[in-house]
Design a protein around this ligand. Structure first.
Ligand code: SAM
Length: 224
């Protein structure tokens, strides 16, 4: 899977991608992450990527031109591509990050990992992205939100998507059995010690987890 990230702040991704599971996935070539900075695609002298909103209001709006040019570079086309270019082996999806988009879920992550070879993620900033980017991309782009709150930019949301989609790619988690969705799992998990003593109180592991009875353990986990 190749993630193509359109962002004016590519450095924000560095620490997350250079450690732990994401680092290993990149080294193993299970995933790769490429960056396209709209500033490198501006026509203006001062590499302007934002401007004041038509109709007035606070904040700045990200200009459509540099984003569309960055998208064309990521997509490897000179004009708007149809969802699938004839004879092309790759399968692309574009995501425009927006707090008003459809909710990102594990089901979306699973389907994306299965269906696409390349995902282009457009990160907004300021008051958002000129709506004509969405109009230009049409059906090949989804507007996606990672939750019902507003972030200052799309970069964190893009990292959430990279992480969640990557862990659906075979090999990324190392051991397939650690993929929670493929077995009975619960949000409530325990490890040693069996009894945790903290400020005069004892916190015990639920006895069922120590029983060795996997049928009962699965039932207990389903209820959590
Ligand atoms: N006024 C804009 C709106 O309501 O759509 C808010 C823009 S927000 C401050 C700037 C950018 O952050 C957005 O363009 C989007 O790319 C990203 N963003 C913010 N919250 C997000 C969320 N919950 N999910 C995905 N992206 C988000």
């Amino acid at each position: 899977m190749t993630f193509h990230i359109i962002t004016i702040f590519p450095n924000l991704f560095e620490s997350y991608l250079s450690d732990s599971i994401m680092k290993r996935a990149i080294i193993r070539k299970d995933i790769s992450v490429k960056f396209y900075n709209p500033r490198d695609f501006t026509k203006s002298k001062h590499n302007k990527v934002d401007d004041i909103p038509y109709g007035g209001g606070p904040g700045m709006v990200m200009m459509a031109d540099p984003i569309i040019a960055a998208w064309k570079k990521a997509r490897g086309v000179k004009r708007r591509a149809v969802a699938q270019v004839k004879g092309e082996k790759k399968n692309y999806k574009t995501v425009i990050l927006s707090p008003g988009g459809k909710e990102f879920t594990t089901a979306y992550a699973k389907q994306s990992a299965k269906k696409y070879t390349d995902i282009i993620i457009i990160c907004g900033r300021y008051e958002g992205i000129d709506a004509r980017v969405k109009k230009f991309l049409g059906r090949q782009a989804d507007e996606v939100s990672i939750g019902n709150y507003v972030l200052t930019g799309g970069e964190l949301a893009a990292m959430v998507m990279i992480d969640s989609i990557s862990r659906q790619i075979p090999g990324v988690l190392g051991n397939a059995s650690s993929l929670e969705e493929s077995r009975v799992s619960s949000h409530e998990v325990y490890t040693r010690p069996e009894v945790l003593e903290e400020t005069g109180k004892k916190y015990r592991v639920p006895p069922v987890l120590l029983s060795g009875n996997h049928k009962l353990i699965d039932e207990w986990r389903k209820d959590r």
